[in-house]
Write a protein that binds this ligand. Structure first.
Ligand SMILES: Nc1ncnc2c1ncn2[C@@H]1O[C@H](COP(=O)(O)OP(=O)(O)O)[C@@H](O)[C@H]1O
Ligand SMILES: [Mg+2]
Length: 247
């Protein structure tokens, strides 16, 4: 078997007041595949994604990125190389308001990866192009729509050429028109054979069209997982049926 791009084993996490939020979650994301995390609000999707992004440490369990131990017993604490190999797109894009879209995207390749400004800008242009936003490069965030800002945030993550791109409901803060625009870009990225992604989404149309595999979270546990083809069949699990009915 080939080494998965991302692998989590036995992830558990509690928050001080909430108690157990994740219990014994394991998942495996193969290279060049798109993995969807689905589940009701409060089921733990964002918490799991933040653990996978190495932003919050799990209480127990381990995470491997391209086979390298990134979190868990024996992991080098917050190895910056591993962290930057994981791109994250959050629900709300946070761009630097004083920088153009292009400068926002070029910033980390220049400052973090040490590319010279010309190379960093070239890479930023390529990333903007992947999200169909090359024409927006000269604009400042205030001159962009919410959907355009979110696409620039995707480009910013892609410009670091991450091993895996994690997206947490990237359209949840957008109105339906802008949602369609961002979902179309996300779908293009997902269908691009080179991308490895984990996407939290309640858009089942997107999940069934663009994802390869899924995990269904319920009350902090991965209840059902497998190929998205399984989502076409009802009667596998009551909770999953109830969730699909609501979505
Ligand atoms: N930083 C935090 N501190 C305390 N509780 C949290 C924190 N983040 C999330 N939670 C709790 O963890 C549970 C799962 O939340 P979350 O991972 O955001 O779920 P989802 O993304 O599926 O809606 C919720 O009960 C939420 O209130
Ligand atoms: Mg969430």
């Amino acid at each position: 078997m080939t080494t998965p791009a991302l692998e989590a084993q036995g992830i558990s996490k509690r928050w001080p007041r909430t108690g157990a939020v994740l219990e014994d979650c394991s998942l495996r994301v193969e290279r060049r595949t798109v993995h969807a995390l689905i589940g009701s609000s409060g089921s733990g999707k964002s918490t799991l994604l933040r653990c996978l992004a190495l932003l919050d440490p799990p209480d127990s369990g381990s995470i491997r990125v391209d086979g390298v131990l990134a979190a868990g017993e024996g992991a080098v604490a917050a190895d910056p190389n591993l962290r930057r190999s994981i791109g994250v797109v959050f629900q709300e894009p946070s761009l630097f308001t004083h920088l153009t879209a292009l400068a926002n995207v070029a910033l980390a390749p220049h400052r973090v990866l040490g590319l010279d400004p010309g190379d960093a800008h070239e890479r930023a242009r390529r990333a903007l192009d992947r999200v169909h936003a090359l024409h927006l490069g000269d604009r400042h965030p205030e001159a962009l729509s919410g959907g355009e800002r979110q696409r620039v945030a995707m480009a910013r993550a892609l410009a670091m050429e991450p091993t895996v791109l994690l997206c947490d409901e990237p359209t949840s803060a957008l109105d339906p028109m802008l949602t369609r625009e961002v979902m179309a870009v996300l779908r293009d990225l997902a269908l691009d054979a080179g991308t490895t992604m984990v996407v939290v989404s309640h858009d089942m149309e997107f999940v069934t069209a663009a994802a390869d595999s899924f995990d269904f979270l319920h009350a902090g546990r991965i209840r059902i997982s497998g190929s998205v083809d399984r989502l076409g069949t009802r009667g596998v699990d009551d909770e999953l049926d109830r969730f699909l009915q609501r979505s």
